[in-house]
Design a protein. Sequence first.
Length: 446
Amino acid sequence: MFSNEIIFIHKNKTLNNNGENLSVDNRVDERKLEDIVDKVLRGEIKLHQLDQLLKSSNLATLVRRRFIERKIGSQLPSLASTIIDFDEIVGRNIENPIGAVQVPVGIIGPLKINGEYAKGEFYVPLATTEGALVASVSRGAKAITLSGGAKTRILYDGMTRAPLLWTPSVEEALRLVEWVKQSFNEIKAVAESTTRHGKLVDIKPYITGNNVWLRFIYTTGDAMGMNMATIATDKACNYIEENFPGTVKCLALSGNMCVDKKPAIINMLEGRGKTVVAEAIISRETALKVLKAEPELIHDINTRKNLLGSARAGAIAYNAHFANIIAAIFIATGQDVAQVVESSMGYTWTEITSNGDLYISVTLPSLEVGTVGGGTRLPTQREALRILGVEGGGDPPGTNARKFAEIIAATVLAGELNLLAALAAKQLARAHIALGRGKKNKEKHS
């Protein structure tokens, strides 16, 4: 049963007994709400019209949820339990909301990082439903920290958008490419007029027949930058169409040469977002004591599994499970989760040093992350970024996003190291039985 009166709180939220958000700003008669639900059920009101009709996305969320509850004949109190203010995020992060989903968040650390931007010991939040993942990354972090920490460096920083332009012939395509090269400063000024922090640093052309792709490359401050690059490139394309002394037409603002949310060799070679390397030397003593595996065996498994096995499978990335760690950090911190596709492509490399220690590194060519914009504005995601010391914009702009990228790379290194060691010590299945299936295990997991 619903209460007779619904009270919603705009800034300082509370919940009623059904887990629904309440507010003192608007008092809404329960019968009027149920009348609106009835009209939605009859098709007289569309779901997307509710926000404007009710002048409140919080109320619209409640009505949509009640509509679904009536449709399925069951209440949804867990979806209703949220601290999110839908008035703030509808039109920015979501459409037609009915509530929110919760994902467990674990913490790993301390993880010592000796980076250019990330310096010190960090505790990293991972949002996941996979048992054993947090424990696995934690053990890798312990081994890295005991061995002096991970060294991290950013090799490249640039977000891309590649529109597809049509010309009537390859000859005209070549003229267009030459004109774009000569007009770079003018195009740059037009593109940068749309943003405070975005800077156009290059335009790389690709020709196939009479088609031209122009891969615009931007630095985007602390934002991941996809929206920034899209808006800037749109204006640049309009300028090209209006000013090129020939025949050209922009067919698609994204021509799949960017490449966004798809695996692609071009991102592996040229980079997109941040290209980051994290490396560490794990002492033989630490490998044996913490990881329960000899450095030589870890190296052998990396060579045969990550390199030869991936090559035999025709993979374009050579690693054990980058996506596991990156997806968990992305969910926790409000990143664009679909960009796990390209962000988790990368390489794991190992060597045995002259004194018998293990050198291990991970290289992430296309890590696309930001600390402002998108899902980073959501309350729980902001708190996760706060744990890392990268909430909001950096001073100077861009430093928080680069620090964040280094932390992610070091955490990926920890996860990769431990999985290789677990395989070497034949611990993988045992860990998943103990932690993934909820079965008790007398052994300590550290």
